[in-house]
Design a protein around this ligand. Sequence first.
Ligand SMILES: NC(=O)c1ccc[n+]([C@@H]2O[C@H](COP(=O)([O-])OP(=O)(O)OC[C@H]3O[C@@H](n4cnc5c(N)ncnc54)[C@H](O)[C@@H]3O)[C@@H](O)[C@H]2O)c1
Ligand SMILES: O=c1ccn([C@@H]2O[C@H](COP(=O)(O)OP(=O)(O)O[C@H]3O[C@H](CO)[C@@H](O)[C@H](O)[C@H]3O)[C@@H](O)[C@H]2O)c(=O)[nH]1
Length: 326
Amino acid sequence: MTVLITGGAGYIGSHMALALLERGEDVCVLDNISTGIRSLVPDAAHFFQGDIANQELVQWILADHDIDTVLHFAGSTVVPDSVENPLLYYENNTSKTRHLLEACVRSGVKHFIFSSTAAIYGASHEAVIGEDAAKSPANPYGRSKLMTEWMLQDTARATGLDYIALRYFNVAGADPLGRSGQSTPKASHLVKRACQAALGLLPYIGIFGVDYETPDGTGVRDYIHVSDLVAAHALALGHLRSGGVSGAFNCGYGHGFSVREVIGAVENAAGHRLAVREFPRRAGDPPIVVADPTRLKTQLGWIPLHETLEKIVGDALAWERRLSAA
Ligand SMILES: NC(=O)c1ccc[n+]([C@@H]2O[C@H](COP(=O)([O-])OP(=O)(O)OC[C@H]3O[C@@H](n4cnc5c(N)ncnc54)[C@H](O)[C@@H]3O)[C@@H](O)[C@H]2O)c1
Ligand SMILES: O=c1ccn([C@@H]2O[C@H](COP(=O)(O)OP(=O)(O)O[C@H]3O[C@H](CO)[C@@H](O)[C@H](O)[C@H]3O)[C@@H](O)[C@H]2O)c(=O)[nH]1
């Protein structure tokens, strides 16, 4: 069976391609290389450079490779960018996914696995967020993804397509074997930036907001290792292929770390202190975002293997060293 990975030249999609190839799947990748990097696509995958909204191209790939499942990672991902340029997010994440979905339905694709996000929940008053929590996104990025989930629900009801929406919390770390990692030079993610600062690639690490109502005043997130996240996708694929029902699952560990704790972990991994500067809060950032992953564990049998912050930042730093040496 063949799968199509959209966004397979990106950070998470490239790890997915590696994992599925290891399982013996035939893998196609479609990516427009807007933020992705061609060299992250494994050699064994069939690569197509193009846009997810190009229905002619998508339908040709789906038919030519007899694709049963689309894993849809392609999208725009940066929360503060979405606040500055909301229409770009509604276009690339919502509107273009509509085009992709239409092509999938026309071509008879059976299963669709979607990269959703914790950002669909917004600020929560719960200690951990379950899938049925209120959906009240704090930024256009979250809204662009929530609308896509609604489109998927409606499409699944009306057609033979079934789907899983995986709602990622904060994805970090890198392939433990060093084959891929977060490679976008201007990535805005905390773990990436702290690793860049540790290697002298940034002059300091900034903290956006020190006056949140959190134990140390900085934002708290549930950081999930990219390899554990990819394992959740493999389980979702098996679930749908064996006739499992459509649905949504949170992907996180159920415990959060503050910005200061992440910086501390990177300092430990690097063996030296980082220069730190404090800034005002970043627009669109909720204070605390932590998953309740019970449904993923009980219904899909997910067992995380790389759960410690030490492992996450250790693998991220090792990848950053490789990148800077290349
Ligand atoms: N990184 C996280 O913490 C996180 C958390 C929640 C959800 N997500 C979601 O996971 C997915 C992957 O994120 P990532 O961190 O790997 O980002 P990324 O930017 O590394 O990967 C996205 C990939 O999609 C490609 N792409 C973008 N628009 C496209 C289009 N219109 N047509 C074809 N290709 C296109 C890019 O070139 C890139 O290779 C995204 O949908 C993102 O919203 C990420
Ligand atoms: O240089 C930095 C970068 C980030 N932060 C803070 O660190 C936390 C995490 O920020 P970041 O790594 O940028 O991730 P988020 O903005 O939480 O968003 C990520 O996590 C979301 C899910 O929770 C995904 O949907 C997004 O795609 C992904 O970028 C937040 O409190 C930020 O304010 C800093 O203090 N300094």
